[in-house]
Design a protein around this ligand. Structure first.
Ligand code: BDP
Length: 650
């Protein structure tokens, strides 16, 4: 089994010490923290021997003291490091492990032992990764090979899963959902004894690394695996079925965190079929898992995917709020609603979802998508971490002490971008999304310039030219992608179904929704009170800004308003000129990034160089297609020429 160690590829330090002494209570010798330290030290100081609690402390030794200090928060750690001794403490084994990873990271970046003090605890209590893996081994919206959790219906626990748990713990992930929210095939049997042994084993492994295991159950399981004729959440037989099911599941898998549920959405079963609502459905499951401390994470991605595109008043963007806001206050304490970052579906730019801060009596989580479904499918570079940071820092303007999205939620989840290919994420550069996501949730004030450089250095080594080129590419990548695809908040001009490459009208006259409404007179969707009324779902201050064509930020203008092509943006440019310019500039940026990468030949290993070079080739082809198709589309519709006289195909 070959796979990359990504940022945990511990390299040799510039240090000649002969002994590494790890001192800790006997019980910690079995911990993941101890084991990681041992593994890392052996790789970083291959000539030294690693000993436990040895007495021989002299000039040729480095001493690391590990301890649990219950006065710290469970996931908190402190580090006091010097040139000869380091003490790492955690509030629990999980906190200690985070401390060990932080110590190793700083040591790796410095190339040797250094003196520093650190204390940290996570900004977000729940830091999750949602895998959309199917039991047959395929991955919904997966761009990195097959699943490493499932193969031909079997759940795997092996070397790769261990490496996965180490990687996730190293960036602070503490919850993992292993299967697709669309529960298909044998995944429906995850609740049965078929999977009990392997789930137990995986749960144990995750537990060692401070990660809770979650699964997506089939809401209709009382029928599909239970043999009942109903899954009605208020039916006593159904309630009892779930109670018994959960009792046996949780007793076998003590590290089970609970369920993630997609119900009544895109064909998934749910409470609607029985005339019940989402609160009825979620609470019924919540009561079945409550005795075991379990959580029910219930998704708000609910909309009518068979809406009528001929009715201009229907608006998919409204649906999350329309469906869930009336239920505020009805959910049990162990239910968390998982809300996508925007009201549509992981487009390159969307406004922040209006439910954040609005539901004052319900626990919420934010959901992002690291799998680059709409942002280049891991063939294009698109570093999403700055966008995630912006969204978490967004002031909702709801009446509360701290109105930022990050403070209105009790956790954050992201759809994973991993698979079983060598580098885990299709493109080697896409691992920066995985790394940065975890680090940002652990410390929401993380400096993004430093983050990009740190990831590049840990992954590619100390060569300054590599670090600077890679971080420049990462930092500019989201804007470039937005520019050469769909600027101004429009979204959805991709090809239907697989969502890759341009198709301006692909979704326009489709039951899944109408999204840009472009014609010869103008472009954009009127979501102001005079239109679909979506803008009124925000707190008053934002409702006014978004609802007002003159105050709406440019980058969301076409999301909220329908305007003529000659409408002037804040900067004075017309909408049509901005569309042309952005497409040309975005493409040029992509060319610049590709050239930067090409300049690294010989400075990164051949396999990595090839992996990324091939993807840049594809990115440039596809970006050119986007540029030319979208520009031509708008040129034809508007009949307005590019002021700069560049070639637009006709
Ligand atoms: C969309 C994907 C679809 C997912 C759905 C979801 O296209 O495959 O099942 O989201 O989040 O982005 O449930």
């Amino acid at each position: 089994m070959v796979f990359s160690k990504l940022w945990l590829n511990y390299k040799k330090l510039d240090d000649t010490r002969k002994r590494i002494l790890i001192s800790c209570e006997h019980s910690l010798k079995e911990s993941a923290a101890f084991e990681e330290l041992q593994t890392a030290m052996k790789a970083m100081l291959p000539e030294a021997i690693v000993l436990w609690k040895s007495e021989v402390f002299d000039d040729d030794s480095y001493l690391i003291v590990l301890g649990i200090h219950p006065e710290l928060d469970r996931e908190e750690y402190t580090i006091a490091a010097s040139l000869n001794i380091t003490e790492i403490c955690g509030g629990s084994e999980a906190g200690l492990l985070y401390g060990v990873f932080e110590f190793l990271k700083r040591t790796a970046l410095a190339g040797g032992f250094i003196g520093f003090n650190a204390q940290a605890k996570p900004s977000q209590p729940l830091r999750m990764l949602d895998h959309w893996d199917n039991a047959d081994g395929s991955i919904e919206r997966g761009y990195s090979g097959k699943s490493f959790f499932f193969k031909d219906g079997e759940l795997l626990v092996n070397e790769r899963t261990v490496m996965y748990a180490r990687l996730m713990a190293s960036v602070g992930i503490n919850g993992v959902v292993i299967n697709n929210v669309n529960v298909r095939g044998s995944a429906k049997r995850l609740l049965t004894k078929d999977y009990a042994d392997s789930l137990e084993e995986l749960g144990e492994l995750f537990g060692r690394y401070g990660i809770k295991l979650f699964i997506c159950p089939d809401f209709a399981a009382p029928i599909s695996v239970g043999g009942l004729d109903s899954a009605d959440p208020l039916d006593e037989r159904v309630i009892n079925w779930w109670k018994e099911c959960c009792a046996s599941l949780f007793s076998r898998i003590p590290n089970l965190g609970g369920f993630l549920v997609k119900a009544d959405s895109e064909g998934q079963p749910g409470p609607f079929a029985y005339g019940r609502d989402h609160a009825d459905g979620a609470n019924m499951l919540a009561r079945a898992v409550a005795p075991f401390g379990g959580l029910v994470i219930w998704r708000c991605f609910v909309y009518n995917c068979a809406q009528d595109w001929r009715d201009l008043k229907t608006d998919r963007a409204r649906s999350g709020y329309d469906n869930f806001m009336p239920l505020d206050g009805r959910f049990d304490d162990n239910v968390i609603l998982q809300v996508k970052n925007g009201p549509m579906d992981f487009q390159v730019r969307e406004p922040v979802h209006p439910l954040f801060g609005a539901m004052k009596h319900t626990k919420l989580m934010a959901e992002f998508q690291l799998a680059q479904e709409y942002t280049g499918q891991q063939k294009h570079v698109c570093w999403l971490v700055p966008m995630i940071k912006d969204i978490l820092g967004f002031h909702t303007k709801h009446d509360m002490q701290d109105d930022r999205v990050s403070r209105t939620v009790c956790g954050v989840a992201a759809v994973a971008n991993t698979g079983d290919d060598f580098c885990w994420t299709g493109s080697e550069l896409a691992a920066a999304n995985l790394y940065g996501y975890g680090r940002l949730l652990f410390n929401e004030d993380t400096d993004l310039d430093e983050l990009a450089e740190e990831w590049a250095q840990l992954t590619f080594g100390d060569d300054e030219q590599v670090i600077s080129a890679v971080s420049e590419i990462l930092k500019g990548s989201h804007k470039a992608y937005e520019d050469y695809t769909v600027p101004l908040g429009l979204g959805w001009m991709c090809k239907p179904n697989h969502h890759y490459g341009p198709d301006p009208w692909g979704y326009e006259f489709d039951r899944w929704g109408t999204y840009n409404r472009a014609d010869r007179n103008g472009i954009g969707v009127d979501r102001s009170p005079a239109g679909t009324g979506y803008s009124a779902q925000y707190a008053p201050e934002w409702a006014e800004v978004y609802g007002d064509i003159d105050r709406c930020p440019d980058d969301l203008l076409l999301f909220f308003h329908r305007v003529p092509y000659t409408h002037k943006l804040r900067g004075g440019k017309t909408v049509i000129q901005h569309i042309y310019d952005a497409h040309f500039e975005g493409y040029e940026q992509a060319e610049h990034f590709a050239a930067l990468w090409a300049s690294l030949k010989g400075r990164v290993d051949e396999r990595t160089f090839k992996n990324v070079s091939e993807r840049f080739e594809e990115q440039l082809n596809c970006a050119k297609e986007w540029r030319d198709i979208i520009n031509t589309f708008f040129h034809r519709l508007s009949g307005i020429d590019d002021k700069q006289g560049r070639k637009i195909y006709n």
